[in-house]
Design a protein around this ligand. Sequence first.
Ligand code: G3H
Ligand code: 13P
Ligand code: ZN
Length: 282
Amino acid sequence: MRGKSIEILRDAMRGDYAVGAFNTSNMELTQAIVRAAKQEGPCIVQATTNGFKYGNSQVMGRLVKNIIEFESESAKIGFHLDHGKSFDDIVSAIDAGVDSVMIDASLMSFEDNIKVTKQIVEYAHKNGVTVQAELGAVPYLGREDQEIDWDSVMTNPVQAKELVEKTGIDALAVGIGNAHGFFKERDVPDWERLEEIRRLLPETPLIMHGASDWGDVNVKKAIEGGVCCFNIDTDIRVAFLSTICHETGNGCNVTDPRKLLGLARDKVQSVVQGKIRMFSGK
Ligand code: G3H
Ligand code: 13P
Ligand code: ZN
């Protein structure tokens, strides 16, 4: 492995910039992300539990670690489980070689979120792995009613402090009006809420999920407000699939999958490079 997610996050915090955490589920996506990092600077490669299961978690773990090992050169790259939902998800991702996990108990009651997250922290820390938790919920495209009651889903700053203190988590995913996918976000992110979270938790890396549709103005404001990592999945999926659809649009007479997958990989690499540059302020 070339780097640890937590060091990458702390370096970004100290340097007043941010990094991207990019989702993968196959070889081409992983190579695209790692090659982008080699060109532009540090990042985190992450897979959800669904991503790990898609390719078999041991196979995915080795695939990602090998690509980092053989293609990243000196770039610092972390390997993270995104949106783990259960103890089994966490154990399986740690066995597969991640250096950092997310336990997403954000849909549970506050008390249960604390209880579950604390158990995960104990297990993960014993294994040298750091933990991100989520408080408040980041809505999902297609999984929510169209109207979101933002006040009820955004992160409560006082509870965020309590969650960090009672569980010992290393990083926190925050909700300030952000949403997964190209889902309607809050008209204006709740910057005051972010400021209050940062004031109460000056040492905790803050993670922004659902960042695919965040442009440079909001990214800059979020970094000023203390966010040091943006999660990107949808933009990667769109870059990959739109390339394939474009190439096959008029009927597919390609007989070599590598031709299509290679083009899609290149497109994802250029999207990820652009994101890394935007987050790092280059
Ligand atoms: O935030 C998580 C993803 O965008 C959803 O990922 O389809 O791999 O579970 P998944
Ligand atoms: P997007 O799908 O909106 O990029 O969000 C990704 C994410 O939050 C992964 O955890
Ligand atoms: Zn997410």
